[in-house]
Structures are given as structure tokens and as C-alpha cells.
Ligand binder design. Structure first.
Ligand code: ADP
Length: 323
């Protein structure tokens, strides 16, 4: 049976967090964070997700892996609805989808050797493996991320930030996943180390055929690694485009504003934080605007933007209009 071309697909995903109601008898409510979000990703490709801090990128990433249960909508893994998967199938699928985090040191248990940390997912997914086999696989995985075998006997406090992130990646790839959600994986690292880690992820993608969801507020890094780019604003996707088209001509005014806020190429002047120079405040998620999520801050705003929500802009739509 041939596999579907799409590895993971989200359809009209809504994700929120419970918040207590006012008063002891009041029902808790759901704070909507990600709204009406759809995306798809093919094997071996990278989707960059950008947007200001707090716009819901991490929440979406976790919901794709079903680490958070969506409020509504679907996530399909190789065409199968993850919500409808029997628990055993979901558990097996989990080895195929992994996540790496922003703070590499905090993500590693300080009491364990790196060999144990890296092999831990295997102990869960392949419980029949002996200790020696686990260690062997851990060393193989450490080598793949550029760390020598002796790292297996070291502890997290002995690592630099870049090495710690490599260990996080070694742990993520040990079970031969098909997808890694990279949640701001280089934001905590020095600029020179950022490039090394991003290049490592790209090499591993080539070697292992990995698909990556690469979440970042840094448009320069996303440009380097992504095949396609998706822009989120206040929990909604406002634009999706192939990388080169997006960087040559961002279509949504929010994307254009993000692009204008891209830091200087000079690393000394690079702040790396988009959003700093965007005008105005983000509207509250408790009281989202009825129209465009960017209307209150958009330099091109028109009266209808406050009333009507525009469709998410996609390059495919543009080409359809141009031809
Ligand atoms: P981003 O990754 O774009 O910075 P997040 O997905 O981390 O955005 O957060 C989006 C919003 O959800 C933020 O307002 C954040 O405060 C809120 N949030 C994140 N995690 C939780 C949680 N566990 N409970 C309640 N609210 C949360």
C-alpha cells in the first residue's frame, strides 16, 4: 500500500486552554488560542511557522503532536484522524513524531547520563531492547548529531547550550521519527551556534527524510531552513506561501510588517525579535476582533477590515488570480 503524499495535515484546528469561571459555581471556559487553522506537510519538507510571541505557534505545534487535545478540528497523520486512532496505534505513532524545545538544558534531566536521556524514548517504544543495545543506539544517535561516544557517560551540566540542543536532537531522532516539531530550537543560542544547529537539522533532514515544523519568531532563520512559510497572527493563519515567494513578496500587511521588522544582517545590531518594531498592542485573545486580526495595527486598514475576516492568503490563490 503506498503512503499518502501528505505526512501530517490539520483541518480547521481550534485549540484552547481551560480557564476557571468567575465564582465558585461558574463553569470553566476555554480560552481559544489557535483558531480555524489548516496546514499540510509532506515527508522531508520543512514548514516554518512565524509570528509574534504569544500568537499560538507553540500551542499549534503541541496540538499537531496531540500533546494538547484540540477543541475541534482534525489532525490527520498519513491520512488517519489522530483522534480516532486506538490508543495502541497512537502510542506507536508517537515514536514517529517528536519535539525539540527552546531551552535545551531545561529539557534534559540533570540526574541522568546523556546516554540514558537519549535512549529513553527507545526504552518506551522498543521495550525489548537490552541496556547494552540502548546504549549502543544512544551512541549512534549522538554521533549523528556530531557528538562523540564519550558524551554518553556525561551529564547535562557539562554541556554548552549548543551541545545540549544537539543532545535534544539526538533524543528526538533515536526512534527514527518522520516528523520533528522544532519549537524555537535556536532562540536561546548564540548567533554563531544557531547556524550550526540549523545546518545540523537540515543535514539530518536530508539523511533521514525528516519533515520539520520549525517554529520561530526569527524570519532570517526560518528563511534558511524552510520550504514553505506560514504566518500566524493572534491564533490565526494569515498567510502561507513557498519560501522564496514569501520572502520576495509577502502578501498580507501583517507579513509585510514582520518583514520590515527583520533585524539588521549585522549581528551586533541584530535584535532577532520580530514584533519589537510592530506598532500597537496585540488585541486580547479574550476579546478577539470580529474582522481581520491585524486590523487594529494595520497601516492599510479600511473600514471593512474591522467587520470582515479576510481569507488566509495563500500563494496558490495569488497565482490563480494572476493566470
Ligand atoms: P507562541 O508560541 O506564539 O509564543 P504560545 O502558543 O506559547 O504562543 O501561547 C499563546 C497564548 O497561549 C499566550 O497568550 C499564552 O499565554 C497562552 N498559553 C500558553 N500556554 C498556556 C497554558 N498552559 N494555559 C493557559 N494559557 C496558555
Amino acid at each position: 500500500m503506498s503512503l499518502p503524499a501528505t505526512l501530517i495535515e490539520a483541518r480547521n484546528l481550534e485549540v484552547g486552554y481551560p480557564i476557571p469561571g468567575n465564582g465558585i459555581f461558574a463553569k470553566s471556559r476555554t480560552l481559544p488560542i489557535v483558531r480555524d487553522t489548516s496546514l499540510s506537510l509532506e515527508p522531508g519538507r520543512t514548514l516554518g511557522i512565524v509570528g509574534e510571541s504569544g500568537c499560538g505557534k507553540s500551542t499549534l505545534g503541541r496540538a499537531l503532536l496531540r500533546l494538547i487535545k484540540p477543541t475541534s478540528g482534525q489532525v490527520l497523520w498519513q491520512g488517519q484522524d489522530m483522534a480516532a486512532m486506538p490508543i495502541e496505534t497512537l502510542r506507536r505513532r508517537r515514536s514517529e513524531m517528536q519535539i525539540i524545545f527552546q531551552d535545551p538544558v531545561a529539557a534534559l534531566d540533570p540526574r541522568m547520563t546523556l546516554g540514558r536521556i537519549v535512549s529513553r524514548p527507545l526504552a518506551t517504544f522498543e521495550p525489548g531492547l537490552s541496556r547494552a543495545q540502548l546504549q549502543e543506539r544512544a551512541i549512534e544517535s549522538l554521533r549523528l548529531v556530531g557528538l562523540s561516544a564519550d558524551f554518553a557517560g556525561r551529564y547535562p551540566h557539562e554541556l554548552s547550550g549548543g551541545q545540549a540542543q544537539r543532545v535534544g536532537i539526538a533524543r528526538a531522532i533515536i526512534g527514527k521519527p518522520k516528523l520533528i516539531v522544532c519549537d524555537e530550537p535556536v532562540s536561546a543560542l548564540d548567533v554563531s551556534i544557531q547556524a550550526q544547529v540549523v545546518n545540523l537539522l537540515m543535514d539530518l533532514q536530508d539523511q533521514l527524510g525528516l519533515a520539520l515544523v520549525f517554529i520561530s519568531h526569527n524570519l532570517s532563520v526560518v528563511r534558511h531552513i524552510s520550504h514553505d512559510v506560514m504566518v500566524m497572527c493572534l491564533g490565526r493563519v494569515v498567510e502561507t506561501a513557498p519560501r522564496d515567494a514569501f520572502y520576495a513578496r509577502p502578501l498580507h500587511p501583517y507579513s509585510q510588517a514582520l518583514m520590515l521588522a527583520v533585524p539588521e544582517p549585522d549581528p551586533k545590531r541584530e535584535k532577532g525579535r520580530i514584533g519589537q518594531s510592530l506598532p500597537g498592542e496585540l488585541p486580547s485573545v479574550l476579546n478577539p476582533p470580529a474582522g481581520c486580526v491585524f486590523a487594529s495595527r494595520c497601516p492599510l486598514v479600511q473600514p471593512r477590515c474591522h467587520a470582515e475576516r479576510p481569507e488566509s492568503v495563500s500563494y496558490t490563490h495569488l497565482r490563480a488570480h494572476e493566470t
